[in-house]
Design a protein around this ligand. Structure first.
Ligand SMILES: [Zn+2]
Length: 312
């Protein structure tokens, strides 16, 4: 009997998740640090080792897996399988699909990570929206627009890079080569940087008590009533809303979903975004407006979307 197991791989700028997926459900999952600075070959070998160990603890072999779907934070040419550009990985024209496929010994479907997250969330939430947008907040900011159930594709598959629209003229330098990019202000990494700066200026911040400063620590401190961190989250909410306003004014999607790891704590920053968008969106006087919500399936939607993409 043909195997119905797939591997769903979500490669982020910071972490990579690899999961065993069957019938759009995650059976088991492993995570590891992406650490692309160690080299591409090194990354692929670590990915292979994680995948094999995941299979082995589930009593499976690579021959039991039909295919792997993988999301990467960059532009992927679907015809060639090349990652043509990924600013947060330092990739230029890397034949990544074939490299991963050769290492794993199974067919690989490669796509942009935000595209796959959108595909997963759209399917899992059974959305009926005719225009559905997903914005992922992570090391950078990704986005995908699904129109009538199909991903909108640009001429070279590099559509939806809203992380690189300017929100502040001559602002913070971005590693894409421009200044003032949205992701330099509103990615999860930007939030952590803002929190670190605020912490340094405020010895009383609860963040000092946390040995590891990451998004989780920032939300944790805010939940414990740290006014410095609630202030940071309010500022973050403002910065995020400015980019989202640009996107809604341009595209007016029916549904706009915020994904990425920090979307699990969206209750601490999304209400501020929704309020600001309601006040400032160009169509504020219209009866109907874009529904903004957090992803219901968190980071898992990237993995499910990846597995779904290779189901064809
Ligand atoms: Zn940029």
């Amino acid at each position: 009997m043909a195997s119905k197991y797939y591997l769903g791989i979500d490669m982020g700028g910071t972490h990579t998740a690899v999961a065993l997926v069957k019938d759009l459900k995650i059976k088991d999952k492993a995570e590891f640090a992406t650490e692309i600075a160690k080299g591409l070959e090194n990354y692929i070998q670590r990915l292979k080792a994680e995948a094999l160990s995941l299979l082995s603890r589930n009593g499976l072999k690579i021959a039991d897996i039909k295919a792997a779907g993988m999301g990467v934070p960059g532009s992927v040419n679907l015809e060639t399988g090349m990652v043509e550009y990924a600013n947060n990985l330092g990739f230029n024209n890397v034949p990544f699909r074939d490299m991963v496929s050769e290492a794993l010994g199974i067919p690989v479907t490669l796509d942009n990570d935000a595209n796959l997250a959108a595909l997963g969330e759209f399917a899992l939430s059974k959305s009926k929206a005719r225009s559905f947008m997903m914005i992922t907040l992570g090391t950078g900011i990704g986005a995908c627009l699904i129109i009538n159930g199909e991903i909108y594709r640009g001429i070279n598959f590099a559509e939806g890079e809203i992380g690189h629209m300017t929100v502040k003229y001559d602002g913070i330098s971005c590693n894409c080569g421009r200044k003032g990019c949205f992701e330099a202000y509103a990615s999860a990494n930007a939030l952590v940087k803002m929190a670190c700066d605020a912490m340094k200026a405020h010895p009383e911040s609860l963040l000092w008590k946390n040995p590891k400063i990451d998004g989780v620590a920032v939300f944790d401190a805010a939940r414990k009533g740290d006014r410095i961190m609630t202030g940071v989250l309010d500022e973050y909410s403002f910065l995020l809303s400015e980019g989202i306003l640009n996107v809604i004014n341009l595209l007016q999607p029916e549904e706009l979903v915020i994904g990425g790891g920090i979307s699990a704590c969206a209750d601490l920053f999304l209400p501020g975004v929704i309020e600001r968008v309601k006040e400032k969106v160009y169509s504020r006087d219209s009866k109907k407006n874009t529904l903004i919500r957090a992803a219901k399936f968190g980071n898992d939607c990237g993995i499910i979307g990846a597995a779904r993409a290779c189901e064809g």
